[in-house]
Design a protein around this ligand. Structure first.
Ligand SMILES: *Cc1c(COP(=O)(O)O)cnc(C)c1O
Length: 415
């Protein structure tokens, strides 16, 4: 892949783009929310549709010249409907956060009540953190995971729903390694007459492939990101029943956004098309098998996993029992030096802070895209253990770095 046109006019940006490409080729991307899209998705996102204004929806635009914008958006919608079995899909949200914003804006008034998972327990900023507009415009109460088991504390969720009487309950998480019981949360929402928003940002691809149970048809609203476990390029999506279709569409545009990013919607169309192929099913299954192998192997190395393992694409390691003097930040930094890129993460019952947390989160979507299997994941777990056991030992970092180089060379990305 070259960036010749960029280089002709802007060598500084071309250098950075090539640097990033090389970084991705030569490191192990284990940030659980990241993936590598196909060349086809990259091309679609880099297409002339970036030039096009298409405010409105297919067949009802506020601008002329929308023939191909309409075609592309309709393809994205049709494919998403086929993938998820949703009655209504809006593919215009610029990101998962904007998708959530649209649901709140459509269904809530300022001051209404949101019940969601605490950020340090695996929730997301857009679920009501005080630093996000959601935490400032709405009244937020938060449930937690059981700090003993690491599983969602559904009983606490039910108690809080009864006492707090929320207008909407948010499920779906950023750092939760277990299957979510959508029906159980829906029952609680029904009991207190609240809407239920299931935010599948992380597991969009797993749900599309049927590897994780689907909240579509159960929850009132399902939102997702299109660049995490599904490889459709950066963006967001909202799914709902016909009943709420108009509310959601007008909350996305004109409620919260202007012109849709048509080039990104083209990426979504291509990525959803790829996800409809049988080999995506195999990919999603392998992603989970790889996470399970990674978790088991890390456990063998003495690491403590929140919830004891995983059902999905990520593991959350609590470093406190095994490495009480190493923070998630220390581990993240040493691992990056060795070419393994993941993030320090808060753990349930966090005793440090979000800036210097006690855990690390590691995901397998990107490595699985590169062709890594369970054996490779066991090797990666060995490498992670060597670094975290000796984060200040330069010779260890150097030797792990050369093993990472070999793994990357064996599994090239955009060659
Ligand atoms: C990643 C994520 C989002 C959306 O993130 P964007 O970066 O805005 O796409 C929303 N909810 C959860 C639970 C997430 O993990």
């Amino acid at each position: 892949m070259d960036h010749d046109h960029v280089r002709d006019v802007d060598p500084a940006v071309a250098d950075a783009l090539e640097g990033e490409l090389t970084r991705q080729e030569e490191t192990l991307a284990m940030i659980a929310s990241e993936n590598h899209v196909s060349r086809a998705v990259l091309d679609a996102q880099g297409s002339a549709l970036t030039n096009k204004y298409a405010e409105g929806y297919p067949g009802a635009r506020y601008y002329g010249g929308c023939t191909y914008a309409d075609e592309v958006e309709q393809l994205a919608i049709d494919r998403a409907q086929e993938l998820f079995g949703a009655e209504h899909v809006n593919v215009q949200p610029h990101s998962g956060t904007q998708a959530n914003q649209a649901v709140y804006f459509a269904m809530l008034e300022p001051g209404d009540k949101i019940l969601s998972l605490d950020l340090t327990h695996g929730g997301h900023l857009s679920h009501g953190h005080p630093a996000n507009f959601v935490g400032q415009f709405y009244e937020v109460e938060q449930y937690e995971v059981d700090t003993e088991t690491g599983y969602i504390d559904y009983d606490q969720l039910e108690r809080l729903a009864t006492t707090f009487d929320p207008d909407i309950i948010v499920s779906g998480y950023s750092a939760y390694p277990r299957e979510v019981e959508w029906e159980r949360i829906q029952e609680v929402a029904n009991d207190v007459d609240a809407y239920h928003l299931a935010d599948i940002a992380h597991i969009t691809g797993l749900v599309a492939a049927g590897v994780h149970s689907s909240p579509v048809g159960t929850a009132d609203f399902v939102t997702g990101s299109t660049h995490k476990t599904i490889r459709a390029g950066r963006g967001g999506i909202v799914m709902t029943d016909e009943e709420y279709a108009d509310d959601i569409d007008s909350a996305v545009f004109p409620g919260g956004q202007g012109g849709p990013l048509m080039h990104n919607i083209a990426g979504k169309a291509v990525g959803f098309g790829e996800a409809l192929e049988p080999k995506f099913q195999t990919y999603a299954e392998q992603t989970v098998a790889n996470a399970v192998a990674l978790g088991e192997s890390l456990t063998d190395h003495g690491f403590s996993l929140v919830s004891g393992g995983t059902d999905n694409h990520l593991v959350l390691v609590d470093l406190r029992p095994s490495h009480p003097d190493t923070t998630g930040g220390d581990a993240e930094e040493a691992l990056e030096e060795a070419g393994i890129v993941l993030n320090g993460n808060t753990v349930p019952g966090e005793t440090r802070s979000a800036f210097n947390p006690s855990g690390i989160r590691a995901g397998t979507p990107a490595l699985t895209t590169r062709g890594f299997d369970e054996d490779d994941m066991r090797e990666v777990a060995d490498l992670i253990a060597r670094v975290v056991d000796a984060p200040d030992d330069d010779s260890v970092i150097e030797s792990v770095r050369s093993s990472v180089d070999e793994l990357c060379a064996e599994n090239p990305l955009y060659k």
